[in-house]
Write a new protein. Structure first.
Length: 544
């Protein structure tokens, strides 16, 4: 006779963090939206925050990551189809993001604060599921580049900013909404796209046929791709649709899908262009200068996406430690854990402040000073924020413990995603060298940057000293490339510190002391000095 013998009761486990409003529980985001000019969007952002924190949205994120995309190159009769299949959850997430205008609302409705409002919603959606944001970002970023070619702009931008979603493997001429990707990288060059070997041959009627191999084609089911190919006049930008105007398949053939460590819900492919029709964008031989408009926007979204990853990692850690007890007390109430959580919260809010300031500059891009701030601030911010995210997401996992490393929790996904953002769209060295390039090519760009920092001049000795370090580092041109990362770090800290001081943020003092005072800061998270009121800063990060 079997004896019923229960072994234990499940206790001391936190409930899932779901069915909460992501926007309403984030005072720092609410403050940034109002401060940077999009207070009119509070109602819609509150509604989107309810979605982003819902059990339904969170479940979609897990499903989209558990079922990776798969490639079918041919149908059963042997015809090329080059079709990538995604889990239905991925399509639901795409429909939600595009329906909310995350792919194009600042272009279709360019009112004051449009970039800030879009950034706030994007920031929340990244916490739901970051992989599907890749085609959303590229479609958003393609618009400034397409505008350089009026004919293509007329044909594509209206559909690229339409708020429908049509995932069919069908000619773009049959669609009201399209997505646009990017296909630049080749095996031999990586970031050095000037070594690209893909060749474009004139094909009449303004078209070219492209022949070559692309090593990374992100979101290969996009309806068209901005790519680079060599012509007699040098490296040139082209728009290559997946289908030809007559409805036949354009020979942009998918070879394989990449087996990535992160970004699992989204597909990245290798592709062969076997005479694929493309249309020139911008001047011949000016491909890099043409596509850099797109790259600048994708780098901004990397800042935004990395900030969103840090935010989600932080709230997961706070939620867990509020509900988990060890050694006779809640984890969140234990001083050393409070130090770690507070440090994570400071990093998260600081990255948000920097990112949202650049979003406001995008809203005022016609102002020369704001344009220059975007130029330098994006390179600095992309470097710094994406560099800080991998260690940050790891530390949040450690707060949760062994469970934090399991795929059952969001934190494992965040950790796998974090290095992707740091490497894609320009690695750390590329970004640091781009800062030097910007300062060297546009003398006013540094003046604008330092003027922005000095708006908080005199409020902090630490900030004033950091500005002096930046000026000294730039004045000494000897081995400046060798020192470029240290310079960009100083610039990121100075700009962020200035923004926090001017905003009156409760984390400003803690940021200045822990990040900019060499006598007080440690090298790991959780080394904050005493006297910073960590409980209040933790509560601000997740106000529920």
């Amino acid at each position: 006779m079997a004896i019923f013998a229960p072994t234990h009761a499940v206790e001391n486990q936190p409930p899932p963090l779901e069915d909460y409003n992501v926007y309403e529980t984030d005072p720092a985001l609410q403050d940034a939206v109002a401060r940077e000019g999009a207070e009119w969007a509070q109602e819609s952002l509150t509604a989107f925050g309810a979605w982003a924190g819902s059990a339904e949205a969170i479940s979609l994120g897990f499903d989209a990551n558990a079922h990776k995309p798969s490639l079918r190159t041919h149908d059963r009769f042997g015809h090329r189809v080059d079709e990538v299949s995604f889990h239905p959850a991925y399509h639901r997430l795409m429909a939600t993001s595009i329906g909310a205008g995350l792919h194009g609302s600042p272009w279709s409705d360019p009112k004051p604060g449009a970039h800030v409002a879009r950034a706030a919603a994007y920031y929340m959606q990244v916490g739901v599921e970051p992989g599907h944001m890749c085609p959303v970002t590229m479609t958003f970023a393609a618009v400034p580049t397409l505008r350089t070619e009026p004919g293509l702009a007329t044909a594509w931008i209206g559909r690229a900013t339409h708020t429908g979603y049509d995932p069919r493997n069908a000619p773009d001429t049959a669609k009201e909404t399209v997505t646009i990707g990017m296909a630049m990288t080749e095996k031999q060059g990586g970031s050095d796209v000037r070594t690209n070997s893909t060749r474009a041959h004139p094909a009449g009627d303004g078209a070219h046929e492209l022949v070559g191999h692309k090593y990374f084609v992100s979101a290969p089911m996009c309806d068209a791709f901005l790519t680079l190919a060599q012509t007699d006049g040098g490296l040139t930008c082209f728009l290559v649709p997946r289908w030809r105007p007559d409805g036949s398949k354009n020979p942009l053939e998918l070879v394989q899908l990449k087996n990535k460590m992160g970004n699992a819900s989204n597909a990245t492919a290798e592709a062969e262009l076997r005479g694929a029709l493309g249309w020139q964008v911008g001047d011949e031989g000016r491909g890099v200068a043409t596509i850099i408009e797109m790259v600048s926007m994708t780098r901004f979204d990397v800042m935004l996406g990395s900030s969103g990853l840090m935010r989600q990692a932080t709230v997961q850690a706070i939620h867990h430690t509020r509900h988990r007890r060890a050694f006779g007390a809640r984890l969140v109430d234990q001083p050393l854990m409070a130090n770690v959580l507070c440090d994570l919260a400071i990093e998260s809010e600081a990255s948000l402040a920097l990112t949202m300031r650049i979003a406001r500059a995008l809203d005022d891009i016609d102002d020369e000073r704001e344009r220059l701030l975007v130029r330098l601030g994006t390179a600095v911010g992309k470097y710094w924020i994406s560099k800080r995210t991998p260690a940050h997401t790891y530390e949040a996992m450690e707060c949760i413990g062994g469970m934090g490393t399991m795929e059952d929790l969001i934190t494992a996904r965040l950790y796998r995603e974090a290095p992707i953002n740091a490497i894609w769209e320009g690695s750390g060295n590329v970004q640091a060298l781009d800062v030097l390039r910007a300062v060297g090519k546009e003398p006013k760009v540094l003046d604008v940057f330092l003027d922005e920092v000095r708006l908080a001049g005199g409020e902090s000795r630490l900030l004033d000293e950091r500005v002096g370090r930046i000026e000294s580092a730039l004045a000494d041109e000897d081995s400046i490339e060798y020192r470029a990362r240290a310079l960009v770090e100083d610039m990121a800290l100075a700009l962020t510190g200035s923004l926090l001081l001017r905003s009156g943020s409760p984390i400003a003092e803690a940021f200045m002391t822990s990040r900019m005072d060499p006598t007080a800061s440690g090298l790991a998270y959780g080394t904050l000095p005493t006297g910073l009121n960590p409980d209040a800063l933790i509560e601000r990060c997740l106000a529920r």
